[in-house]
Design a protein around this ligand. Structure first.
Ligand code: ATP
Length: 500
């Protein structure tokens, strides 16, 4: 049934009754009968007997069988280890009972999108020989109060019946995007979400160690700070496992796993590709392997070569090449913008530029590719400032050469603001060590502007000192549309004024 049909029906029925009354029909018995049927329907629905909008439920019940093992998840060694240890509670239930340990009811997986949280939950089901039932937080959000809560009841009921049918001792219920229903409860708002969350808490409180099947709820979110504290207290989701973006070793492992069914040329070094794919999530790495295979097929090549993988990284990072034609003036502005980024990058991180290109990709009209960086987990204030200066350098050079900016810098500014926010949260600004809630928006804006204006000034000054590089590189870039890191560094050496 289309989504709007319910609303259309609600509008149409009263009009029909008014019309019937108008032409003299006695509508009272019909109204009483309709009210009785409606009440009966609601009671059945609240008890989980009728599924309105059963599309989602059907989707949920068809959840893929959990055959995935931990070995099929790349990287995430710590997370996998922690999860296995937690799951041993489910496997060693006799000992748990002997020591009077309360059962583990909920595990919360937190981390950025595409890092393998769903895979972890599936592997957990396999590891504990449990049935796997999955749902997503957004499936519980409905216009009508009580429907979400009914669905939570259905979910637990479904897990129990499936375990009984498949003769399993335990069931794992996976709820993705738990923040949609488990967000902080505030005042009297969001009543529907509250009821859904309350129902989840009630179901979790009703899980006992002696119960069969044993139920474990695994939830995933990338916004843990949004969750209601009631969800996180002991006895509910009291195990938190961080599923982070993979490091180089992890990325290499993931690439190897996804290369398993693909014809990879023996000369391809996946460690190198992992180095290039700095900051990629598992899902992005899977996409890199897939896109590389597509490029190979399009070229009628037999095997995936390094260049296919490099092209795939570009595509995943910056989007597909587009055939947007820009006019000469626009092209020159883009070239100046990109050269600004490249010069600043080379000044603060010598040897870091891999390529400057004018070919349009995704939404960008040009881009600078950087060489793989060293894995880093801590950043100093000066490192972050330099990062901001690289981001601002595009707009700075447009200002120098055109006297004003264009709309092409919005992403750079977003990136700069997000770095400034990290600096503020880490106590690296003149605001001192602060909780962001202590500071007013005006104060934050003022500090943000002060930092960005100061860094913009420094960026312009440095770029002006190196204007010869602009002049010489611009011609080549306009002509060739591509400048390799080596070509660029050559210009850099030839045109940098050596101190006397
Ligand atoms: P979201 O938060 O968006 O729901 P998620 O963390 O649950 O994402 P998954 O759905 O588990 O991510 O991963 C999506 C896809 O990415 C997987 O089907 C798999 O192909 C690939 N993937 C992600 N992480 C890994 C990994 N660690 N090892 C192997 N493949 C991975």
């Amino acid at each position: 049934m289309p989504k709007w049909s319910k609303e259309a029906l609600i509008g149409f029925v009263p009009v029909l009754f008014i019309f019937m009354a108008f032409i003299g029909l006695n509508v009272v018995p019909i109204l009483i009968a309709a009210a009785l049927v409606g009440a009966l329907f609601m009671v059945l629905k609240m008890r989980g007997g009728i599924a309105v909008g059963a599309g989602n439920d059907r989707k949920r019940k068809k959840a893929a069988p959990a055959k995935l093992t931990f070995e099929e998840i790349g990287g995430q060694d710590n997370a996998k280890q922690e999860l296995r240890e937690a799951l041993d509670f489910l496997n060693r239930h006799e000992e748990i009972k002997k020591f009077g340990i309360r059962p583990l009811k909920g595990i919360l997986l937190t981390g950025p999108p595409g890092t393998g949280k769903t895979l972890m939950a599936k592997a957990a089901a396999h590891y504990t020989n449990s049935v796997f039932v999955a749902a997503s937080g957004s499936e519980f959000v409905e216009m009508y109060v009580g429907v979400g809560a009914g669905r939570i009841r259905d979910l637990f009921k479904d897990a129990r019946t499936r375990a009984a049918k498949e003769n399993k001792q335990s069931a794992i219920i996976f709820i993705d995007e738990i923040d949609v229903i488990g967000g902080k409860r505030e005042g009297g708002q969001q009543r529907e979400y509250d009821q859904t969350l309350n129902q989840l808490l009630t179901e979790m409180d009703g899980i006992y160690s002696s119960e069969s099947p044993k139920i474990l709820v695994i939830a995933a979110t990338n916004r843990k700070e949004m969750l209601d504290s009631a969800l996180l207290r002991p006895g509910r989701f009291d195990r938190h496992i961080q599923v982070d973006l993979p490091d180089k070793k992890g990325r290499s492992h993931i690439l190897n796993l996804h290369a398993g069914n693909k014809p990879l040329h023996p000369n391809v070094d996946l460690d190198k590709i992992a180095e290039e794919a700095y900051g990629f999530s598992g899902a992005q790495l899977e996409s890199v392997m897939n896109e590389a295979a597509i490029y190979t097929m399009r070229e009628n090549s037999e095997m995936i070569h390094h260049r296919h993988l490099s092209m795939a990284i570009d595509k995943v990072m910056m989007g597909e090449r587009s055939d947007r034609e820009s006019n000469l003036e626009e092209k020159k502005r883009v070239a100046i913008h990109e050269l600004g980024h490249a010069i600043m990058a080379e000044l603060v991180r010598p040897g870091s530029v891999k390529q400057v290109a004018l070919s349009p990709r995704g939404k960008a009209l040009g881009y600078v590719r950087h060489n793989p960086q060293q894995e880093q987990y801590l950043y100093t204030k000066s490192f972050l400032e330099e990062q901001i200066m690289i981001a601002l350098a595009g707009a700075a050079s447009e200002e120098i050469y055109y006297g004003g900016r264009s709309t092409g810098s919005s992403n750079d500014f977003e990136q700069s603001i997000s770095i400034v926010e990290t600096m503020m949260k880490s106590g690296l600004t003149s605001l001192g060590i602060v909780n962001m809630n202590m500071v007013t928006t005006e104060e934050l804006m003022k500090e943000n502007n002060t930092i960005l204006e100061e860094l913009m000034g420094r960026t312009k000054q440095l770029l002006l000192q190196h204007h010869q590089i602009f002049d010489h590189s611009l011609d080549i870039l306009m002509r060739e549309e591509i400048l390799s890191g080596e070509q660029f560094r050559c210009q850099f050496r030839e045109n940098t004024l050596q101190p006397a």
